[in-house]
Design a protein around this ligand. Structure first.
Ligand SMILES: [Zn+2]
Length: 104
C-alpha cells in the first residue's frame, strides 16, 4: 500500500496503469535506425512509450500507428511485430478472443 509506483498511459488501450504492469518501448540503441524494441529492463535512453504486456494492446497500437504518434515520426515496428507473435504463442491461454471483431 505504501509503495508508490508511477503511472503511465498504455498507448494500445489508452488506460493509465502502474509501470510495473507495463512494458516500455524505445528505440534500439544498438541500431542507429528508427527501429523500436521492447525495453524489458527499462534501460534504453531517450523517448519511450508504455504498453500493457498484452498482445491486444500491442496489436492495437501497431494497427492505429500509435507508435508513430508517440515517437513523433516514422518508426520501424518490425521487431515489435516479432515480439507480438512471441506473446501470442506464450499467452494464448490467458487471452482468448472474448470480444468480437478480432481479425487476428
Ligand atoms: Zn493496454
Amino acid at each position: 500500500m505504501a509503495k508508490h509506483v508511477p503511472m503511465r498511459l498504455c498507448i494500445g488501450c489508452r488506460t493509465r496503469e502502474t509501470i510495473d504492469s507495463l512494458v516500455r518501448v524505445a528505440f534500439d540503441e544498438a541500431n542507429d535506425s528508427r527501429s523500436l524494441v521492447l525495453d524489458q529492463r527499462n534501460v534504453l535512453p531517450g523517448r519511450g512509450a508504455w504498453l500493457h504486456r498484452d498482445p491486444k494492446c500491442l496489436s492495437t497500437a501497431l494497427r492505429k500507428r500509435a507508435f508513430a504518434r508517440a515517437f513523433r515520426g516514422r518508426v520501424d515496428t518490425a521487431q515489435l511485430e516479432q515480439s507480438l507473435s512471441a506473446w501470442h504463442t506464450t499467452d494464448t491461454t490467458t487471452y482468448n478472443n472474448d470480444e468480437s471483431g478480432s481479425e487476428i
